[in-house]
Design a protein around this ligand. Structure first.
Ligand code: KIV
Ligand code: ZN
Length: 442
């Protein structure tokens, strides 16, 4: 990806804002096979899991949470298959989730036997509500759950010989707890695990249920980032859910606030309203000239696989992936897009160079659909809201026919009256038929 997507001028010399902009992609971790899977009406069988795993690998994910093996036999067997059939590429690390409970942690280690490298991800809830209503434990007792789990993990390292082992701790429902208390629990866990600069551990802050504006979550994340002792030995991660529809915003603000790693799912699958959408996040980075470090060049194929594996359809308006998101029906939008595309072509021809050397400056399209495997054909569609530019574009693009300006006005009336009569979108074949009937009678 070239940085030719910088449509927003950040660099006016006499301006003091924005005070912060994103400059690099975080470490990504896909939780599609765990959080995504646990939220499905029909959880994936091993065939669908393997298909999704292969997709994630082909897109370049280097950290993949592959399941909750102590809670699900299907997950356990799938992880064993990955290990035994040596399906995990050398540069990919699997993560496995477990609650901070003794028998579950033991089973998790059993599942990992023979793995080359793995992250053991343990969690317990720290929120005020869950402490009182679910666990009926005080702050000290909840902290002890976490440190006992960490102690057991360290003890079991002996049984995990040969595995390059990393730890991840999540204070679940972090955003429903006092940040000072979450910090205290995380530091108590860190004191047991004893990560180093060369062998870091992951502290993962979940927005288990999104219930504030995104800046509040980001402020809490920033508080942890700036107060954690020995921050160098920690990879600070977040795990945002989308209950209020702001997971992407909360993630981008948290990235500005100092997180190193983000967990999410392709196209926003996951519990309830989903985990943060890694596709939207990655491609948002691209629009700002940042290489997302993940291959998003074939969104239609990716979407097909995700829809097949999750057995859930993607909305027509889903950012970057929905059928309608690069479509303009309005006449003025169509006209502006057409002019933007032509201006780029002309500039490239004049400079005798490839289009990629030019900034993407096409109104109404944040991204070149071609870069993510989508085609131009779908961009301009004609209905009763469209103007003459749309059908002229389609005649040129699909039939190589340049309709003179004078005839555009005349023919537009014919197309519009057809649209008004049928009350439907006017498809390319309709336009071509109307055109032939009017101007090329046999
Ligand atoms: O949403 C959540 O809090 C989780 C944790 C287990 C990380 O999925
Ligand atoms: Zn989650």
């Amino acid at each position: 990806y070239a940085p030719y997507y910088r449509q927003v001028p950040f660099d006016y010399p006499d301006r003091t804002w924005p005070t912060k902009v994103l400059t690099r992609a975080p470490r990504w971790c896909s939780v599609d096979l765990r959080d995504g899977n646990q939220a499905l009406v029909n959880p994936m069988d091993s065939e669908r899991k393997l298909r999704l795993w292969n997709l994630l690998i082909s897109m370049g994910f280097k950290e993949i949470e592959v399941g909750f093996p102590s809670a699900s036999e299907t997950d356990y067997d799938f992880i064993r298959m990955l290990i035994e059939r040596e399906l995990i590429p050398d540069d990919v690390t699997i993560a496995v989730l477990t609650q901070a409970r003794e028998h579950l942690i033991r089973k998790t280690y059993e599942c990992l036997k023979g793995a080359r490298r793995a992250i053991v991800h343990f969690y317990n809830s720290v929120s005020i509500l869950q402490r009182e209503v679910v666990f009926r434990k005080d702050r000290e007792q909840i902290k002890t759950l976490a440190t006992d789990a960490a102690t057991l993990c360290k003890e079991l390292e002996g049984e995990a010989k040969g595995i390059d082992l990393y730890y991840e701790y999540s204070p679940e429902s972090f955003s429903g707890a006092e940040p000072e208390y979450s910090l205290e629990v995380c530091e108590a866990v860190i004191d047991v695990i004893k990560p180093t600069h060369d062998h870091q551990m992951i502290i993962n802050l979940p927005n288990t249920v999104e219930m504030t504006t995104p800046n509040v979550f980001a402020d809490e994340v920033e508080y942890i980032s700036s107060n954690l002792r020995d921050r160098d030995s920690i990879v600070l991660s977040i795990h945002p859910h989308n209950d209020e529809g702001m997971a992407v915003a909360a993630t981008e603000l948290s990235m500005l606030a100092g997180v190193d790693r983000v967990e999410g799912c392709l196209l926003g699958n996951g519990e309830r309203t989903g985990n943060v959408d890694l596709v939207t996040l990655g491609l948002n980075m691209l629009t700002q000239g940042i290489d997302p470090q993940i291959d998003y060049s074939n969104i239609p194929e990716m979407r097909k696989t995700v829809e097949y594996c999750n057995q859930l359809a993607i909305s027509e308006r889903h950012p970057y992936a929905g059928n309608l998101v690069f479509t303009a029906f309005s006449g003025s939008h169509q006209d502006a897009i057409k002019k933007g595309l032509e201006a780029r072509q002309d500039a490239a021809m004049r400079a005798e160079t490839s289009l990629e050397n030019f900034l993407w400056l096409v109104p109404y399209l944040p991204i070149d659909p071609k870069d993510i495997g989508r085609t131009y054909e779908a961009i301009i569609r004609v209905n009763s809201q469209s103007g003459k530019g749309g059908m002229a574009y389609l005649l040129k693009a699909n039939h190589n026919f340049d309709l003179p300006k004078r005839l555009q006005v005349e023919f537009d009336k014919i197309v519009q009256s057809y649209a008004d009569r049928t009350k439907k979108e006017v498809k390319d074949e309709d336009i071509w038929r109307l055109f032939k009937d009017e101007y090329l009678p046999v």
